[in-house]
Design a protein around this ligand. Structure first.
Ligand code: NAD
Length: 374
């Protein structure tokens, strides 16, 4: 019996969104999973992340076009949510981002596609290796500091030269979750004097453990966490109090990395025009929350807006700037997920009573599914 023909067939589509350079699975991870699945890769899928077709072939995958992948694969992998013509056939499995898009969810349910949306991976220790949100947020935090440093017309570190002394930049990360903490660590390495702020109490210790100062605001801002370790959305009165309390701190910063988010809700508004008017001209705000509305009143997605001489950048796909490592980490998360779902004989098992599969299947009418090509 040829056991390989019984294995699940996994396809990787190339990303088509403008500016998206990442790929969902890289050749070295295919090598690690090769004994348990058959892989079809869309030609050119890894090119923008520096993984050429021949590297995939060397790893044991076959190249194919997107039509063949959508026709023949039991599982289709993508980074971004799929376009209408990137949806696999009924009964097949799609693994991609897009779990916070309810229209996409409705459409996929209508087409009877099982969508394992990566935003639904539980943020538990068991599922940590599969946590795409964390891996990509970490890259976004690093990239945001580099983007901000390039936009500033001053140096980040202190420099003492015969021509005089350059003062270090003061930088603050608003929101000290995964992206904010990585931004703090990166700005410290570049020599800035670094601060952090968050509404979650436990973030203070994490900011300080990286050698930065935690800003505590002198206002009743309703510090708090909801279930799952995320911040709770604040009332609009409390948001106003918080903005006013933060403004005097922001007026002293030259680089602001804004990363505050509430899952499934618009990003909290932390920097309004009144605050921008208090900031020093030449300062830079990198609004990492631009995709969910932004932390700054003037943020426009993927544009730089200048207000009172302050440049406000709204990049929406920072991980793609570091596409090779972003793909390595994304792919590592997908490999961990596939290794969890695939059994030794190459059968992919989904069981709604399992904590990880169950979270991924939430809202879909699937109790138990076992997929293999027979
Ligand atoms: P996120 O991207 O949803 O939000 C970013 C940060 O913004 C959070 O720290 C949040 O508290 C903060 N924030 C929200 N509203 C704010 C406001 N008004 N003002 C200032 N800050 C505000 O969150 P995330 O980075 O994805 O994760 C949040 C936390 O969850 C992390 O700190 C992390 O410790 C935890 N987490 C745990 C695991 C795990 O246990 N496996 C994995 C990932 C994250």
């Amino acid at each position: 019996m040829n056991t390989r023909t019984q294995q699940v067939v996994i396809g990787v589509l190339a990303e088509r969104a403008t500016g998206e350079r990442r790929v969902a699975l890289i050749p070295s991870d295919i090598k690690k999973l090769f004994a348990r699945a058959t892989f079809l890769i869309e030609s050119g899928a890894g090119r923008e992340a520096d993984f050429d077709d021949n590297m995939y072939v060397d790893a044991g995958a076959r190249m194919a076009d997107s039509r063949a992948i959508l026709e023949n694969c039991d599982v289709v992998l993508k980074v971004r949510p799929p376009a209408v013509d990137e949806v696999p056939r009924a009964g097949r499995i799609l693994i991609s981002l897009g779990g916070r898009d309810s229209d996409l969810g409705d459409e996929l349910r209508k087409r009877s596609v099982i969508h394992l949306a990566l935003e639904r991976i539980p943020r538990t220790t068991r599922a940590q290796a599969m946590d795409v949100l964390s891996s990509q947020a970490s890259i976004a935090g690093y990239a945001s500091v580099l983007e901000g440093a390039r936009a500033l017309r001053v140096l980040l570190p202190m420099l003492t030269t015969a021509a005089g002394t350059i003062k270090p930049v003061r930088m603050i990360a608003l929101g000290a979750g995964v992206a904010g903490l990585q931004a703090i660590a990166s700005a410290r390495r570049l020599g800035a004097v670094v601060y952090g702020f968050d509404v979650r109490a436990e973030a203070g210790e994490q900011v300080e453990s990286l050698g930065a100062k935690f800003i505590s605001v002198n206002a009743d801002v309703g510090v708090g966490e909801s279930a799952g370790g995320y911040a709770r959305e604040q009332s609009s009165d409390r948001q106003t109090l918080l903005r006013r309390a933060l403004s005097s701190h922001l007026a002293t910063m030259q680089l602001v990395i804004a990363t505050a988010q509430i899952p499934g809700r618009p990003a909290p508004l932390l920097i309004d025009r009144e605050t921008l008017a208090m900031m020093q001209p030449g300062s830079v705000v990198v609004d990492v929350a631009a995709e969910t509305g932004g932390n700054c009143e003037v943020t426009r997605p993927d544009q730089t807006v200048t207000e009172n001489g302050v440049r406000v950048m709204g990049p929406t796909n920072l991980p793609s700037l570091m596409a090779t490592d972003a793909s390595r980490m994304f792919s590592g998360n997908i490999r961990a997920l596939l290794a969890y779902l695939l059994d030794e004989s190459g059968r992919l098992n989904l069981d709604a009573s399992d904590p990880i599969s169950g979270a991924l299947l939430a809202g879909q009418n699937v109790a138990r599914e076992s997929v293999a090509t027979t």
